[in-house]
Design a protein around this ligand. Structure first.
Ligand SMILES: NC(=O)c1ccc[n+]([C@@H]2O[C@H](COP(=O)([O-])OP(=O)(O)OC[C@H]3O[C@@H](n4cnc5c(N)ncnc54)[C@H](O)[C@@H]3O)[C@@H](O)[C@H]2O)c1
Length: 448
């Protein structure tokens, strides 16, 4: 099939590449000229395991193309995916201006029957807006061209995006058109070989499914973090509690790991947007609001523990940080807890030495830009040299089982703040460390 993907970000690039891998002829288009130039030079703008070789292979075979020219990109497309960003607007709602701009351009350009697919995460009712926008543009051209607008929300996880896309848990298609559903089924058939994963429903339910899925996962995280905070107060261990409740298959182990809160490009903005959607329909979403409040507070728990130990004035203190990205396997820093924690420390005079395997370029260029007190170093151990304490903020695999003797030798004082509960099995206090974690008041905390 001839497929065009508009918006070559995380979702657009991964989707386009995976469709091309299955033999489709795919054109990915973006307004960012630098991004397209780099992609045409074989430089991949994001880190995602397995993505680079797949892009290079399909460009080489002629299945995958990158361009800034929308007219050229959509002229022969049978299916056009809209995968542009839907960032948080000033009032917390999803900003749809890019989606609507693309819909308008599509209406100005298409020449033949086309299926337009909303893959961006968009509020309920957006497919209707996209449809109306395209129709308006066609009317202005005074042409009658058939088109369908389909909702196909994306559920890939950054860090495992290729695996998720190639083997999805489910493919949700919201449409009232039998023709569009049939073509989408054919497009996704190679991704659903072992068993049926294709779920069709009405457009609005498909749009809502994406928000409901993300809100549910965010709720599990905030719920567990709240339990963790209570555990600290009552002398329980959140990790034991996690295992105790996760073994109930109605609850499950997924998304109940206590830590320093969720981040990333999706949960924070989608939870906010869902609250806003409810508000706009005169419904007060109390649970969703609480999920957000708990998460905002959770991002600062580790910083509060540090302040409790070292005092409000952190001038002269140095913190060695492992991990910046909001989760392992990605260089994405959007809404990462590390941003909030580092800002809390730096504004109190602390100096930071940090190592992350993938996210340091992003952090330096955008998310921690202008903070002079940060030194980006080339190895995890270098980050700890003469530091007053170590902080673990992202659970990259290479941080999971470190050489604690080496850590002790490098640190000025052997103090570890574990924002991801990775080291609680090592009995670090017996090894001579002061150890702080989330969800359990350690012996160090009881003493201080
Ligand atoms: N990142 C994820 O893990 C993920 C997962 C599921 C769903 N989503 C949703 O998918 C959508 C895209 O997310 P993303 O993370 O890929 O965003 P992104 O910011 O990485 O990419 C968006 C791209 O769209 C481009 N763009 C904007 N306006 C354009 C236009 N008019 N024409 C062409 N290109 C344009 C931007 O330049 C950018 O490259 C969002 O709605 C997001 O919520 C993201």
């Amino acid at each position: 099939m001839n497929i065009t993907v508009v918006g070559t970000g995380y979702v657009g690039l991964v989707s386009g590449t995976c469709f091309s891998e299955m033999g489709n002829n795919v054109t990915c288009i973006d307004i960012d000229t630098d991004k397209i130039k780099k992609l045409n030079q074989g430089i991949i703008p994001i880190y995602e395991p397995g993505l680079k070789p797949m892009v290079l292979k399909n460009v080489e075979s002629g299945n995958l193309h990158f361009t800034n020219n929308l007219t050229e990109a959509i002229q022969n497309a049978e299916i056009i995916f809209i995968a542009v960003g839907t960032p948080m607007g000033n009032d917390g709602s999803a900003d749809l201006q890019d989606v609507i701009a693309v819909a308008n351009s599509i209406g100005n350009i298409i020449q033949q029957k086309t299926i337009i697919v909303d893959k961006s995460t968009v509020p309920v009712g957006t497919a209707d807006k996209v449809k109306a926008t395209i129709q308006q543009a066609l009317d202005a051209r005074n042409v009658a061209i058939e088109f369908d607008v389909v909702s196909n929300p994306e559920f890939l996880k950054e860090g495992a995006a290729i695996i998720d896309f190639m083997k999805p848990d489910r493919v949700i298609i919201g449409s009232e058109s039998d023709y569009a559903i049939e073509r989408m089924k054919q497009l996704y058939a190679p991704f659903c070989m072992s068993h049926e994963r294709f779920i069709t429903m009405d457009v609005r339910s498909a749009e809502m499914t994406k928000y409901a899925a993300n809100a549910m996962l965010a709720t599990k995280i905030s719920f567990m973090n709240e339990i963790a905070n209570i555990c600290e107060q009552v002398g329980a261990d959140a990790n034991q509690v996690r295992i105790g409740i996760g073994s109930d298959n109605r609850i499950g182990y997924g998304f109940i790991y206590p830590g320093c809160g969720y981040g990333g490009s999706c949960f924070p903005k989608d939870v906010k947007a869902l609250r806003k959607i409810a508000e706009e329909h005169n419904y007060k979403a109390s649970l969703i609001t609480a999920v957000e409040e708990v998460n905002d507070a959770q991002k600062l728990v580790i910083a509060q523990k540090i302040i409790k130990k070292f005092g409000e004035n952190l001038t002269g203190k140095v913190f060695g940080i492992w991990g910046l990205s909001f989760k392992p396997g990605t260089n994405d820093m959007r809404e990462a807890p590390a941003i909030y924690i580092i800002n809390e420390l730096v504004k109190r005079g602390a100096k930071i030495q940090v190592f992350d395997p993938k996210a340091m370029v992003e952090a330096k260029a955008y998310y921690l830009k202008g903070l002079n007190s940060i030194k980006y170093v080339n190895s995890k151990y270098e980050a700890l040299t003469n530091a007053d304490a170590m902080l673990l903020l992202t659970e990259w695999k290479e941080f999971r089982s470190p050489d604690f003797e080496e850590i002790k030798n490098l640190l000025k004082t052997p103090v570890i703040f574990d924002g991801r509960n990775q080291y609680n099995v090592f009995d670090l206090e017996a090894k001579g460390f002061e150890y702080y974690q989330i969800g359990k008041r350690t012996r160090s905390e009881a003493i201080n």
